[in-house]
Design a protein around this ligand. Structure first.
Ligand code: 5GP
Ligand code: ZN
Length: 137
């Protein structure tokens, strides 16, 4: 797709530090290196994010993630695997990508957390039900 930085990386128009490539998937080092080894795994097919991904493309991309993650991860067994969908969730490049972020310790510069809420089991049941009804092919 025109004007997509990751499509340009796939075509070779923009250089990247590749760690894995096959006919459908490319993995390369993230330019920002949140931690050493920070890698992006992308489908060669241009798709905006996981919310717009077909099951087939998801299968293709995610099936490669474990072996790439194991290769990236030689120094430590710890790694966060992350994905952002849409701007509010932190997506800045609108060609789907999975972040592999090796973790080295509490002071490695990665800070993640979730606010926790007291469980309301009736509300959880209702919410699960309403989401379940929306699951389609
Ligand atoms: P997002 O915020 O969309 O989840 O992640 C986009 C990522 O792409 C960022 O971590 C950013 O550092 C990386 N990135 C943006 N432009 C380039 C580029 O030209 N080359 C590489 N290798 N990574 C890039
Ligand atoms: Zn693209």
């Amino acid at each position: 797709m025109d004007n997509c930085i990751f499509c340009k990386i796939i075509s070779g128009e923009i250089p990247s530090s590749k760690v894995y490539e096959d006919d459908k998937v490319l993995a390369f080092l993230d330019i920002s290196q949140a931690t050493k080894g920070h890698t992006l795994v992308i489908p060669k097919e241009h798709v905006r994010n996981i919310l717009e991904m077909s099951a087939e493309t998801a299968e293709t991309v995610f099936s490669r993630v474990p072996k790439i993650a194991r290769a990236v991860q030689k120094a430590t067994r710890a790694m966060n695997i992350l994905n952002n969908n849409e701007e509010v969730a932190g997506q800045t490049v609108f060609h789907a990508h999975i972040h592999l972020v090796p973790r080295y310790g509490a002071d490695d510069g990665i800070h993640m957390g979730f606010d926790e809420h007291e469980p309301d089991f009736a509300a959880l049941a209702d919410l699960a039900d309403s989401i379940a009804k929306e699951v389609t092919e």
